[in-house]
Design a protein around this ligand. Structure first.
Ligand SMILES: Nc1ncnc2c1ncn2[C@@H]1O[C@H](COP(=O)(O)OP(=O)(O)O)[C@@H](O)[C@H]1O
Ligand code: SF4
Ligand SMILES: [Mg+2]
Length: 344
């Protein structure tokens, strides 16, 4: 880890958070490396991610498809699809304990009651054969809630996630519900246990814009009332612009920029972040003009070579960019950026 750009350093992941110096992050990923095991040996796909999440904070993880966002968040609860994907190194500390080495029973209690995940496909967490109420009640009773209280809590959360007819939904099987309703049910299930951290991996990507907005508003309200921390993963910076406190930008398996949302939008530093912002529709535009795409493709992780992984697509690349991969450096906007031009 480079001095001053670490997880809790002055220009670290908590930069800009109130009382950042006094508080310890609730969740800390240190040098997380994840590999795809192939016959020739492992290919490193996530290449040393450092990330801290404070209690009550909302953090966005943004990057094009394939940048390693899902694998990074799946590694937190040891949910990597092994084989072929495996953690190669690093630690994931939650409330001071390393989840990567914790025994299965202790980890199960963190998974079910402290850190909840929601996914793009609600059926990842729902069982098609069980009624919604049965699934929520089972989740709760598995974590020491008495059955009677679990039933009450189930109606409460279904109501909380804005389902207009919670009783009907409770008795339904998943196939009887629409996509938007399933998404709400999955969120209800994740929230039933009152987690301290909610990790959302592109849960609104498949939904239309209005429902996306409703779900973000809903999670925002629940964040306000319960104080849970939120980690929101998306390929679309526009989705979370109004929602998160801090943004982490990933490219080719690394964090390439980290800043408060405001700093990032006003003064993006990494050329990739600049390009991502360039693809957003303008605020207040009378109609959505066709979005510009970032030219070129992200690199193949097995052929990164030396140098900055963004160099082939970067409009301001220079000699050094082909020689050496830049570490996260203090950036002019108060955050950090993995670019040799970060301090300009
Ligand atoms: N089960 C898997 N088998 C093989 N490769 C995978 C698997 N899961 C992910 N990958 C590869 O790892 C890279 C990062 O994946 P992922 O974390 O899902 O990216 P993101 O969520 O940012 O779209 C991708 O290039 C993908 O091809
Ligand atoms: S290090 Fe060089 S190639 Fe990479 S983003 Fe910065 S200027 Fe572009
Ligand atoms: Mg993903």
């Amino acid at each position: 880890m480079t001095g001053g750009t670490g997880v809790t350093g002055g220009t670290g992941v908590t930069g800009g958070a109130v009382h950042a110096e006094e508080e310890q992050p609730l969740l800390v990923l240190r040098d997380v490396r994840i590999g795809l095991h192939e016959r020739r040996g492992p290919v490193e796909i996530v290449r040393g991610v450092d990330l801290g999440v404070m209690a009550h904070e909302k953090v966005g993880i943004v990057g094009e498809s394939g940048s390693g966002k899902s694998l990074t968040v799946l590694s937190v609860l040891r949910l990597l699809p092994d084989p072929p994907i495996r953690l190669l190194g690093g630690t994931v500390e939650y409330a001071g304990r390393d989840l990567t080495t914790m025994d299965e029973r202790a980890l199960a209690s963190v998974r079910g009651a402290q850190i909840s995940m929601i996914y793009q496909d609600p059926m990842t967490s729902l069982n098609p054969l069980l009624r919604v109420s049965t699934q929520i009640v089972e989740t709760l009773t598995a974590h020491t809630t008495p059955k009677h209280d679990a039933r009450r809590r189930c109606s409460e959360v279904l109501h909380q996630v804005g389902l207009t007819d919670p009783d009907r939904v409770a008795h339904a099987f998943p196939h009887e519900l629409s996509g938007g309703m399933l998404q709400r049910v999955m969120i209800a299930m994740a929230l039933a246990v009152s987690p301290r951290i909610l990790i959302a991996d592109e849960p609104t990507t498949a939904l239309d814009v209005t429902i996306q907005r409703q779900i973000l508003d809903l999670v925002g309200e629940l964040h306000e009332t319960t104080g849970m921390a939120v980690v929101w993963v998306t390929h679309d910076l526009g989705v979370i612009a109004q929602f998160v406190d801090r943004v982490v930008v990933m490219y080719a398996g690394r964090i390439v920029e980290r800043a408060t949302t405001e700093e990032l939008f006003v003064r993006p530093v990494h050329p990739y972040t600049v390009a991502l912002l360039g693809t957003l529709p303008r605020e207040g535009a009378a109609h959505r003009s066709p979005l510009t795409q970032i030219g070129g493709q992200p690199p193949d992780p097995s052929r990164l070579g030396k140098g900055c992984p963004y160099r082939q697509r970067c409009p301001v690349a220079f000699d050094r960019c082909s020689e050496e991969e830049p570490p996260l450096l203090p950036a002019a906007n108060g955050g950090v950026a993995a670019c040799w031009r970060a301090e300009e």
